[in-house]
Design a protein around this ligand. Sequence first.
Ligand code: OKV
Ligand code: MN
Length: 273
Amino acid sequence: CEPVWLASDIHLGPDNPRTSETFYRFLAHARNRAGALILLGDIFDVWIGDDWIRHPPPWLELALHHLRETGQTLPMWILGGNRDFLIGDKLAHHLDARLIRDQCLLRITSHGKDKPSKHTVTQPDKKFLLAHGDEFCTEDLKYQRFRRIVRNPALQSCFMLLPLSLRTQIARRARQTSQQTDRSPHEASYDVQDTALAMALQNSGAHCCIHGHTHRPGHFPVHTAQSGDLSRWVLPDWECDHHCGREPERGGWMEIDQSGLVLRGLIDLPARI
Ligand code: OKV
Ligand code: MN
């Protein structure tokens, strides 16, 4: 059975054309090799509502084209992140994708579609909790307050009543202000908090969470008071436009199947032919 591929934090938008081009190359690569694709949030740097699809700026038209082509080729799931939380059913439908409304479980079964024969050694199912990750950054009080406001359904309805042009302006302002005032994402208090993640894992019955958001890819233990071997895998963010100096372009994805899981970097992405 083909592997499930996961990616997040691409931040598609007008300001990062190189990142976008690299991601489109990734999508074409995924179309040939993945069994399914799950995008775990912050696919877009800004999302001002699904009605944007009907009047897309050029960069968005291109992004929608590549995503839709992928959705029509592979089973695809999308989840909103802290930036593109306004993603809804209309976008999912347009992309031939399924919308993940909140967190969900990914179950990797040992025999897929094939019936296990008496000769097959069936391993126990593996369950992963999938999330964007911002919901676990509970020590970032300023962000959590912002989150509660913009996730308020009544406020969202008001925002959606505004014309696209005004929403674009508000979004630009919001991002400018946040760039000027938000603290460095490298502070520990900005990271995922083990207590919040442990609670979500215990409620879901999974032992491992896969998320993005923190831009610190890798595998980390989740320490808890109770015993139990909890951990999280963090997907990388994508940054090919503003990477500085000798530091390489960032980006990558995860592949999971019955045999295990691996994080891939842009070095694993074939060059354009
Ligand atoms: C997304 C973030 C800007 C962080 C506003 C209601 C309200 C939606 C919105 C406006 C902003 C998304 C949609 C954007 C995330 C920022 C700055 C910081 C830390 C309302 C519903 F409240 F005004 F009515 N927004 N945009 N930030 O530009 O994409 O995540 S955004
Ligand atoms: Mn994020």
